[in-house]
Design a protein around this ligand. Structure first.
Ligand code: UCC
Ligand code: FAD
Length: 579
């Protein structure tokens, strides 16, 4: 009789219960927040035009493209350095799935849409919506796309230098046979944040007007790219180079010559990484790489910042879309997993956990969507000065905010799946591993917080005036509810802080400053979306919950601290005691 009761566990049987896994629905259909944002920010005829494409793509990213995503992870790139006869070949092998992602990117117009400008200033929004759906299923192909778009934009801003015209056509093509991707080679061993002091790569002028680059690039993500933009120091006739940022210039190079041989580049090794394993990140030796100087001599950082603006915008978008995907999966699982007799979605505590994740996702998405709205206006030539200033301020703000949110939601999301969240076969842990790069590359949180501070100082406060007046004007159209009044009051407190005490803001408080700007602006975006959609009361709930938080860490933190010098000394002593 005992054996009879245990029949499930006899022989090959492993038990009678199988958990129904979480499912991915059509990622456009299931994303009411994205749809509503598009309907609010696009003219109806544009929504009507792009909706069928987004519907179709939303299904593919949840099915066939998602399968490729998993395959990219399962078959990471491999480097073959020597052939069987000892010849150095540096052959990079990538999976068929990775190659398929390139083809999909071209065919879907993931870069092209932004440059065809069929929908004028709304083209970026359309592109953003597709990238938002695509990136969590892209097997990290979104990374080369970010740099590709950044390169195309740089060429456009520089007014199409003749030797880059053809490259632009490749970068923005819809034909997979023609489509190119670009790399971005800045980081060297001595400094990724501080390229001004870390860059050792030198550029020797050649008789034909080109340059030969010699150096060691410490991180190259898109090692299979067709071209790259790189920083190097031009060597003068006297053999000397200028040090610091004034010595840096930007170069354009093609990674292979007309015989398809590497352009005097050695792929020294592939990086062994925590995540982003799908991506062929390598260390590269430049041993006489033929390159063209682009932009002004000694203005390399300013020139490459056009690329950084785009790739940071992508970073924000991909952070928020990864966050959205995790919430989708956790939500689905909550309806399928039963514990203590009920589906876990029935437990208020679990639902509160999910709702907090949802609010973070909405906040993050709002910021990244907003960047696409602004860049679209700038590119179409219809941006006001205020929009241009806001774009400069909000690009680093959005990058750091969304990346930190992505990490926190990835961690919480895995926990929502219980032990299964920790199991590699589910495909879930890679979401956490991949997200950890988002706050690091394209400028770390600290470095971009300092960028925010610098953007404010460099414009002598003009950026902040634009921010405050834009927020005020927008809130003025958002009614007179309690959360809107709270936002106005917080904005006033912030403006007053910036007027009277900003001069005391040291580098030490740059993070709090950047996150305060993010919090207020997100509040304004919630207020705008909610007041534009009175038929969606749940948006008002998001606004209320958002405004119930402490939105002003720059004020709260500084209020509770002794003066900067003492606080900095305390930091040192707390951290370094007995070191
Ligand atoms: O990580 C990388 C690629 C990874 C893959 C990308 C995937 C993306 C998404 C995919 C998701 C799945 S590539 C490496 C990225 N590296 C960085 O981001 C570097 C981080 N460090 C910084 O941002 C620093 O703040 C530096 C390098 C910009 C600081 O350098 P300097 O030399 O000290 O810079 P200065 O003196 O502050 O600025 C020099 C010039 C100034 O202009 P001028 O000369 O006209 O006065 C600045 O105004 O550059 C200008 N500038 C900027 N302009 C500097 N930063 C900016 C900016 N953000 N926007 C406009
Ligand atoms: P460091 O600059 O040494 O920073 C170390 C720490 O110091 C950070 O926490 C930083 O926030 C902090 N810090 C630095 N300066 C300050 C300061 N003034 N105040 C306060 N804190 C500070 N680079 C490329 O050029 N091309 C690529 O394709 C590329 N791909 C990458 C792919 C991956 C997977 C990774 C992980 C990195 C990649 N990078 C690439 C490099 C990346 O951009 C850099 O690693 C990043 O910018 C940080 O530079 P670093 O590693 O030199 O760190």
């Amino acid at each position: 009789p005992v054996l009879n009761r245990c029949y499930h566990f006899q022989k090959l049987k492993t038990g009678g219960f199988s958990q129904v896994p979480p499912t991915l629905q059509n990622q456009y259909d299931s994303d009411w927040f994205l749809q509503l944002w598009l309907q609010t920010n696009l003219p109806k005829e544009v929504v009507d035009s792009i909706d069928p494409d987004l519907q179709r793509f939303g299904k593919e990213v949840a099915t066939s493209i998602y399968d490729l995503h998993l395959q990219c992870e399962a078959e990471p790139p491999r480097l073959e350095q020597y052939d069987s006869w000892g010849k150095r070949v540096d052959k990079l092998h990538t999976s068929s799935a990775w190659k398929a992602q390139k083809s999909i990117s071209a065919k879907e117009g993931l870069i092209a849409i932004a440059y065809e400008r069929q929908f004028h200033e709304f083209s970026r929004i359309y592109q953003m919506a597709k990238l938002y759906l695509y990136s969590p299923s892209s097997g990290l192909y979104g990374c080369p796309l970010a740099m590709t778009d950044g390169a195309a934009r740089t060429i456009e801003v520089l007014n199409f230098p003749e030797f880059m015209q053809e490259a632009f056509n490749h970068l923005t093509s819809r034909d997979p046979e023609i489509f190119w991707t670009s790399g971005q080679w800045m980081t060297e061993k001595g400094g990724g944040s501080d390229v001004a002091n870390g860059t050792e790569t030198v550029a020797y002028p050649q008789n034909d007007g080109t340059y030969s680059l010699y150096g060691y690039k410490w991180f190259s993500s898109a090692t299979d790219s067709d071209m790259s933009l790189a920083l190097a120091r031009v060597v003068g006739d006297d053999g000397a180079t200028a040090q610091g940022t004034k010595g840096l210039s930007m170069f354009y190079l093609e990674t292979r010559n007309s015989d398809k041989e590497l352009n005097e580049i050695q792929i020294v090794k592939l990086k062994n990484k925590l995540g982003t394993r799908q991506l062929p990140t390598a260390e590269l030796l430049l041993a006489g790489t033929k390159a063209h100087l682009v932009g002004e001599l000694g203005k390399g950082v300013a020139t490459i910042s056009h690329m950084l603006t785009i790739s940071r915008m992508y970073n924000s978008l991909f952070s928020s879309s990864a966050t959205r995907r995790m919430v989708e999966i956790a939500k689905s699982y909550s309806t399928k997993r039963v514990a203590f007799g009920s589906p876990i979605c029935k437990y208020p505590l679990h639902m509160r956990t999910l709702a907090n994740m949802e609010l973070k996702t909405q906040s993050s998405s709002l910021l990244s969507f907003e960047l696409s709205r602004m860049i679209g206006l700038i590119e179409a030539g219809s941006a006001t000065d205020t929009t241009k200033l806001l774009m400069r301020l909000l690009t680093p703000v959005a990058k750091i905010y969304t990346a930190k949110v992505a990490m926190s939601v990835m961690s919480e999301g895995l926990e929502c799946m219980g032990g299964q969240g920790y199991i590699e076969d589910t495909g879930l842990p890679s979401m956490l591993r991949d997200a950890q790069v988002l706050p690091i590359w394209e400028g770390t949180t600290n470095v971009l917080s300092l960028d925010v501070l610098r953007a404010i100082q460099k414009t002598d406060g003009e950026v902040i005036n634009a921010f405050v007046s834009y927020c005020h004007n927008t809130l003025g159209d958002c009614g007179d509810s309690v959360p809107v009044r709270k936002l106005v009051s917080d904005l006033d407190k912030f403006a007053s802080y910036m007027r009277s005490e900003f001069q005391y803001t040291s580098d030490r408080s740059a993070r709090e400053l950047a996150f305060t700007i993010a919090n207020i602006y997100i509040g304004v975006l919630f207020a705008k979306l909610s007041s534009s959609n009175p038929g969606e009361p749940i948006l008002f709930t998001s606004l209320q919950r958002w405004c119930n938080r402490d939105l002003l860490p720059i004020i709260t933190v500084l209020k509770n601290e002794p003066d900067i010098k003492t606080a900095t000394q305390e930091d040192w002593e707390m951290t370094m005691k007995s070191y």
